[in-house]
Ligand binder design. Structure first.
Ligand code: LRH
Ligand code: MN
Ligand code: MN
Length: 393
């Protein structure tokens, strides 16, 4: 593909203009590995300051109008007030992430724990998260369970599935209106022998059992190396069960690096499946979220970079010549079909994205504009003292 014809150009620009990417509150706070958290100056001290950072990302990118919260990391007394503050800043509160993995009681699991009292406590937290959604106006409850076992024989795999199904049913029954339950899977970590929701098949089966409000979340860092994630995307799209993404990059395990940094081609292949299913538009209902930790790099700038990486992959996916691709596929022309896809992937879409931003009244180079804005210098001066909020805060 050398020249982009005007009709294609318009189609791509329109698709990109509609795109929405949700950023996670925890990406703005300090994070690290189990070895060390390197604190950065100017990171948010409370959920309000995280929302302000998210609003800054939206101001420079124009496509990140919502921020996901993690409860209890983002616990406040008045969620409606936080939602009001977000609105003033130009963003909205998005997905509510439950957290049943950081309490001593959950050593042997949360909703799958053999002790019914612990299960009741965990389910209580899930229901509390729906109360938060009622106050914030959030649509999605995202559930990830660290539950699992470390040793063969430690607990009954089947009984744990029953306990899980019961907890999911209670959370699902509590939802009203447009609210949805998003179930996230992860192969391993922190459990090292068996995880209770290890893969998309398990998540899908539970969501099927629950009903229409229940959808699967694909976190791109939660698979075995070499897993064909775009296949999972295509399968779940066909089944009407793909609710959301947690985007990030990984080289080894759940690295939570910037999306599109380790394998931009994989991100393109994922977005190709999305575009082919016409699932990019917000009305389709997929929440495109980031789930990242910026351990050594400046955080707001890293989130801006991540949003741009998703936009680039999306632009390339939108550029695929569908007529030529279908033709080659129907004719069994393996090499031509592959060439059509690679032509789109190998197109430099950065000029197109600059054009998009100009049309949207934004600076064509969001990273440079953010750096020029002096935001980091200002928050570094303002946000001194107090407890820095982040992973585990
Ligand atoms: C688990 C996970 C899940 C959590 C987030 C902080 O690894 O991906 O989405 O909510 O990390
Ligand atoms: Mn995740
Ligand atoms: Mn993860």
């Amino acid at each position: 593909m050398t020249e982009i014809d005007p009709t294609t150009r318009r189609r791509v620009l329109d698709g990109l203009r509609e795109q929405r990417i949700e950023t996670p509150s925890w990406a703005y706070g300090n994070s690290g590995t189990r070895f060390k958290v390197f604190a950065q100056d100017g990171v948010p001290r409370d959920p309000y300051e995280k929302v302000a950072d998210a609003a800054t990302v939206h101001r420079f990118t124009g496509v990140a109008p919502t921020v996901a919260l993690h409860i209890p990391w983002d616990r406040v007394d008045d969620y409606a007030a936080l939602a009001g503050y977000a609105k003033e800043q130009g963003v909205e509160l998005g997905t509510i992430n439950a957290n049943v993995f950081q309490d001593d009681d959950y050593k042997l699991g949360s909703v799958t724990n053999p002790d019914p009292a612990v299960r009741r406590k965990a389910i209580g937290h899930l229901l509390e998260c729906v109360d938060v959604m009622d106050a914030t106006g959030s649509r999605d409850l995202k559930l990830w369970f660290s539950d699992g076992t470390n040793y063969p024989g430690q607990d009954s795999v089947r009984e744990r599935q029953d306990r899980l199904a019961e907890a999911l049913r209670q959370a699902h029954n509590r939802l009203t209106g447009q609210q949805r339950l998003l179930l996230e899977y992860k192969l391993f970590e922190p459990a090292f022998y068996m995880t209770d929701v290890p893969d998309w098949g398990t998540a899908y089966a539970h969501c099927l059992e629950l009903g229409e409000r229940a959808q699967v979340v694909i976190d791109t860092g939660h698979h075995a190396p070499g897993t064909n994630i775009e296949f999972i995307v295509a399968f779940l799209l066909r089944a009407g069960k793909l609710g959301a993404f947690d985007f990030n990059s990984r080289f080894y395990a759940d690295d939570d690096l910037m999306v599109g940094s380790a394998d931009p081609f994989q991100l393109f292949r994922i977005m190709h499946e999305i575009v082919q299913a016409d699932a990019l538009r917000p009305s389709y209902g997929i929440a495109f979220m980031l789930d990242q930790c910026h351990n050594i790099e400046p955080k707001v700038q890293a989130v801006i970079r991540s949003v741009l990486n998703v936009q680039e992959a999306t632009a390339k996916a939108l550029l695929v010549d569908v007529a030529a691709l279908t033709d080659a596929q129907r004719n069994g022309d393996v090499l031509e079909a592959n060439a059509v896809l690679m032509d789109a992937y190998n197109t430099d879409v950065r000029p197109l994205l600059r054009e998009l931003r100009e049309e949207m009244g934004l600076d064509p180079d969001p990273v440079a504009a953010y750096k020029r804005s002096g935001y980091l210098k200002r928050v570094r001066a303002e946000r001194v003292g107090g407890k820095q909020a982040g992973w585990g805060a």
